[in-house]
Design a protein. Structure first.
Length: 117
């Protein structure tokens, strides 16, 4: 009963979300090293982080069905979106994220959902 109360109580919701969410640079590196796959927001494509540039702190993703690799996504920009989602400033949906990082909405939404945001 206590856990249901925490979820329904708006003052505790942010704390609970922070406990569930596993977003971090280290987690993204770990996903790359372990070949973890996740789905786009619309469920049409499986993705995987295929390259991590630690110096530039950016990631590249690959679509498992087509083999196409994305251009680099800077962690700083991804972190900004993540923080806006947790603060409630932006919803976790592709259209809102596309406004912040054009063309990335479907991929980023899928990644952040996978991470528990």
């Amino acid at each position: 009963m206590g856990k249901f109360f925490e979820i329904e109580n708006p003052t505790n919701q942010g704390k609970l979300l922070d406990m569930i969410c596993s977003f971090s640079w280290e987690k993204l590196v770990d996903m790359k090293e372990n070949g973890v796959e996740f789905w786009t927001a619309d469920g049409s494509k499986r993705l995987r982080i295929v390259e991590v540039n630690k110096k530039a702190k950016s990631i590249y993703m690959i679509c498992c069905q087509t083999g196409k690799i994305t251009w680099p996504l800077r962690f700083q920009k991804l972190e900004e979106v993540h923080n806006k989602i947790h603060s409630g400033e932006v919803g976790l949906n592709p259209h809102e994220i596309d406004k912040l990082i054009p063309t990335w909405g479907n991929y980023i939404t899928g990644l952040l959902r996978f991470l528990g945001c």
